[in-house]
Design a protein around this ligand. Structure first.
Ligand code: ADP
Length: 398
């Protein structure tokens, strides 16, 4: 069984063709600059050289058609014809309050994706375009929507309600949703399996630390809290996002700088985080670490604040669950940066967390990094959102 996984952005389309027998990637690639001059498809068949195809892609539909051609190509193709693809799984950002579970796409699903354009203005329109392009290119094949907000929908009301007038929830669905759901679902599930934990009761905290960053707490694989909110702006300090701030900061800057709310929100989303805190060094954590080691004080504070915020969330989520069995690190920083993992865990001595420095000296490989006598198991679990989407698609279409 082969499943095609699609992740559409407003001008990009990422894909992976996965063989479900051994969960291996048969081919993957990326269409860039869709609808813009200079569009390009980079196609990587497993075990063969990468190919770059420069061709006009005015729409997501033309992009999908080009992907199909690449997958079937006599030289760099990996399938004979489209019938070999059993179903298509799509990452969809926002399912609102209607959908939490992955679902086979029908008219109602498309209606909900459309209704949530306001909640995911950059992603939901692109996700719908990807689905419709696949429907046109491969008529009759099942398309499955896997929601980035899905995992967070299991949160109880006390965790997802904002303390603002209730009418805004009723009228507009203003609540905490949480994002990176596919990653949190995958990593918490793998942590339970790899750590030999009780699948019904395990209390797991997942730290997804990349350019975008979030923490989740789950019991038996069900989310009880997660750090992103109505939008991905809430929670941790990220590459360019501020995470938690007093909302009065927005008003104060608006008044002082003569900006409107949208401009300041744009600053909080795109010019803040470690980029903003470091005085503009970079949004990339490697650059921040390099600047810190050259004595840049602001970069040092940015990194310390990032780590401190993660540690605070772990403390809060341990309280929320009245305990924690395992902490899992994932995504760019979580998988590659042993110093950040260690620095975060140094705040957690009171929980009985002990890191094994030799075990922690690892990148991108599923590993227990805590010492045998650590009261909490700490793990590195590489995330794999594409595989998680493929598994969901298989489950729903077999
Ligand atoms: P996203 O998917 O949100 O763009 P990723 O999960 O790919 O983010 O993470 C990207 C981040 O991971 C970058 O800021 C990068 O600097 C960081 N990263 C990758 N490798 C390392 C490393 N060895 N040390 C520190 N940070 C790293």
């Amino acid at each position: 069984m082969k499943i095609l996984v699609i992740n559409c952005g407003s001008s990009s389309l990422k894909y992976q063709l996965i063989s479900m027998e051994d969960e291996s990637v048969i081919a993957k690639g990326l269409c860039e600059r869709i609808g813009i001059d200079g569009s390009k498809l980079t196609h990587q068949p497993a075990g063969k050289d990468k190919v770059e195809i420069e061709k006009d892609m005015p729409t997501h539909q033309t992009a999908i058609e080009l992907v199909m051609e690449a997958l079937k190509h006599p030289d760099h193709g990996v399938i004979q014809n489209t019938d070999e693809i059993s179903a298509i799984g799509h990452r969809v950002l926002h399912g609102g309050t209607t959908y939490s579970e992955s679902v086979v796409v029908n008219d109602d699903v498309k209606r909900v994706i459309r209704e949530c354009f306001d909640l995911g203005p950059l992603h939901n329109p692109a996700n719908l375009m990807g689905i419709e392009a696949c429907e046109a290119a491969m008529p009759g094949k099942a398309n499955v929507a896997v929601w980035d907000t899905g995992f967070g929908m299991a949160m109880p009301e006390k965790a997802y309600m904002y303390a603002i007038p209730h009418e805004y929830y009723e009228k507009y669905g203003v609540r905490r949703y949480g994002f990176h759901g596919t990653s949190h679902m995958f990593v918490s599930g793998e942590a339970i399996k790899f750590g030999g934990l009780d699948p019904e009761k395990a209390k797991v905290i997942v730290c997804h630390l990349g350019n975008g960053a979030s923490v989740s707490a789950s019991i038996g694989g069900k989310c009880v809290d997660t750090s992103m909110g109505l939008t991905p702006l809430e929670g941790l300090i990220m590459g360019t996002r501020s995470g938690d701030v007093d909302p009065a900061v927005v008003q104060y800057i608006c008044n002082k700088e003569g900006k409107d709310v949208n401009e300041v929100l744009n600053i909080l989303n795109k010019k803040s985080g470690v980029l903003g805190m470091s005085g503009g060094v970079s949004s990339d954590f490697r650059d921040i670490e390099a600047a810190k080691s050259q004595g840049n004080h602001l970069a040092e504070v940015a990194l310390e604040a990032f780590i401190y915020r993660v540690a605070k969330y772990i403390g809060a989520y341990t309280a929320a669950m009245n305990g924690v069995d395992a902490i899992a690190f994932t995504a760019g920083v979580g998988e590659n940066d042993k110093a950040s993992r260690k620095a975060i865990c140094e705040y957690l001595g009171y929980l009985g967390v002990k890191i094994d420095d030799a075990a922690n000296d690892v990148r991108g490989k599923m590993t227990v990094i805590s010492a045998p006598d650590s009261r909490v198991k700490v793990m590195l679990i590489p995330t794999n959102e594409e595989l998680a989407i493929a598994r969901e698609t298989k489950r729903l279409t077999e």
